[in-house]
Design a protein around this ligand. Structure first.
Ligand SMILES: Nc1ncnc2c1ncn2[C@@H]1O[C@H](COP(=O)(O)OP(=O)(O)O)[C@@H](O)[C@H]1O
Ligand SMILES: [Mg+2]
Length: 345
């Protein structure tokens, strides 16, 4: 085949491809390879063109033995690291390199490792505390009833925290599992919000917070999963009580359906506002990441797991809706949920 024919065949492929001729020079590349390695490699010796030692050694080996092999190649795409698996194959005259992008797979496995490390850390902290108190109760505090009562109280708190963490982890995995399943029920949002607020009354009273419900519209039905929507609004109102308590009032509003530009459909808005300390702007985009908290110590103190908003985000995605967090430091926070009112696609 002429070099022109080869170049046109390679260009038509949807994989990044680079061909090295019998003279050990780059014979052809396609646009996809140029995007990874830079343009203008044709005619260069492969050692000058490719530069990474492991890759060069693998090609030298393939030339000498005429055998196929696989090598890992790391590149950069702007600020991001990219990882490719390069398959090196020997034809009669040429060496053919094809690139497979492994970046997404590597990112996913890094996320899995981070997640396991986070969960282990979150469980280890209360376990360490429990073991410490058990030791103290067996030793120094054995015959001290006052200390015993106090320590048992703390131990119960730590154990409850672990239970909540395990519950939230299971909830997260269930929510992730059915994220692609369309919700089937029709939910009366006004009634649902009333029952959520009623359920949280004891918590609100304990924190000295009044939660008011402002139904600007009633009888608003949306397609949804009632159980999951209860989870969403319980978490949002609970957060407002826990982290915005200093403002003493939390307002939940249900606004009538209106065209939502971002969702490109009619949607209702439910917003939960508090007049607490607010959230510094640079934290806001990250709040829905698992285990992300503005103040770790404070969240643990009030019994948080750091998973609530991650669960909320998944549920809203399943409902094809949108979550919007707005906050002014020192003024308060407003978290809004937009839910489509029409049949979900
Ligand atoms: N209304 C709010 N006011 C201030 N900070 C908030 C509010 N809601 C959430 N946050 C911050 O977002 C973090 C993540 O919330 P969430 O995922 O529900 O976790 P958790 O409540 O278990 O700590 C909280 O730890 C808190 O720092
Ligand atoms: Mg929460």
């Amino acid at each position: 085949m002429t070099s022109e024919r080869i170049a046109s065949v390679i260009d038509a492929l949807s994989l990044p491809v680079l061909l090295i001729g019998p003279d050990e020079r780059v014979r052809a590349t396609n646009g996809l390879v140029d995007a990874i390695l830079g343009a203008g490699l044709v005619g260069m010796h492969y050692i000058t063109a490719l530069r990474q030692p492991a890759l060069i050694a693998a090609i030298a080996d393939a030339i000498a033995k005429r055998e196929a092999c696989v090598v890992r190649y790391t590149g950069r795409n702007g600020p991001k690291n990219t990882v490719y698996q390069i398959n090196i194959a020997a034809t009669d005259d040429d060496i053919l390199l094809t690139f497979e992008d492994q970046t997404a797979a590597e990112d996913a496995s890094q996320m899995r490792r981070d997640f396991v490390a986070n969960v282990s850390h979150e469980l280890r902290t209360p376990l360490t505390a429990l073991l410490g108190f058990i030791e103290t109760l067996n030793g120094a505090a054995k015959d001290d009833p006052v200390a015993r009562d106090r320590f048992l109280g703390i131990m119960a708190n730590e154990a409850n925290r672990m239970t909540r963490l395990v519950d939230d982890l299971m909830s997260l995995s269930r929510v992730e599992e059915d994220e692609r399943v369309r919700p089937r029920e029709h939910v009366d949002l006004g009634a649902l919000l009333s029952s959520v607020i009623k359920g949280l009354e004891p918590q609100a009273n304990a924190a000295g917070v009044t939660v008011t419900l402002n139904l600007v519209t009633t009888d608003e039905m949306v397609p949804g999963d009632a159980g999951q929507l209860v989870q969403v609004f319980t978490n949002l109102v609970e957060n407002a009580i826990k982290y915005g308590a200093s403002g003493q009032v939390v307002t939940v509003r249900l606004l009538p359906r209106a065209m939502n530009q971002r969702l490109r459909c009619d949607a209702v808005q439910i917003s939960v506002s508090d007049k607490g300390d607010g959230i510094p702007a640079h934290h806001i985009a990250r709040l829905t990441e698992r285990f992300y908290r503005v103040d770790n110590h404070r969240s643990r103190e009030v019994g948080g797991t750091g998973l609530g908003l991650a669960i909320v985000k998944h549920i809203i995605n399943r409902h094809r809706g949108r979550l919007l967090i707005e906050s002014d430091e020192g003024q308060g926070t407003q978290v809004s949920v937009f839910l489509p009112t029409g049949p979900l696609s």
